[in-house]
Design a protein around this ligand. Structure first.
Ligand SMILES: [Zn+2]
Length: 103
């Protein structure tokens, strides 16, 4: 699962579970950080040396923060879509039954 997490192949619900786990499990967090850093080094070796970013200090923490931010945004937009859907249903119900619009 660590490889899937690092290479962004998990569904948001699985990312959430994995993040919750590594928040409390130092062994898995350390494994994930090592895998992440090796992956970043591998990617940087494939890049043009003039453009590659070799600043790996704090990169794993930034990656975790970015993933958490993405999960927050997904939750926010899910909630927003539910609120908008309920508002649309409310407007339709009002139009049909209370406004006299369809009489
Ligand atoms: Zn663990």
């Amino acid at each position: 699962m660590t490889g899937d997490f690092v290479e962004d192949r998990l569904k948001p619900a699985d990312v959430r579970k994995y993040l919750r786990h590594i928040d409390g499990c130092e062994a898995c967090r350390s494994e994930a950080e090592t895998y992440f850093l090796l992956d970043r080094v591998r990617l940087s070796l494939d890049q043009d040396p003039a453009k590659a970013n070799y600043d790996f200090k704090g990169a794993f923490s930034r990656e975790l923060a970015a993933k958490k931010h993405t999960l927050h945004m997904i939750s926010f937009f899910r909630l927003l879509s539910i609120v908008l859907l309920l508002a649309a249903v409310g407007v339709l119900v009002w139009l049909f039954f209370f406004s006299g619009y369809f009489k």
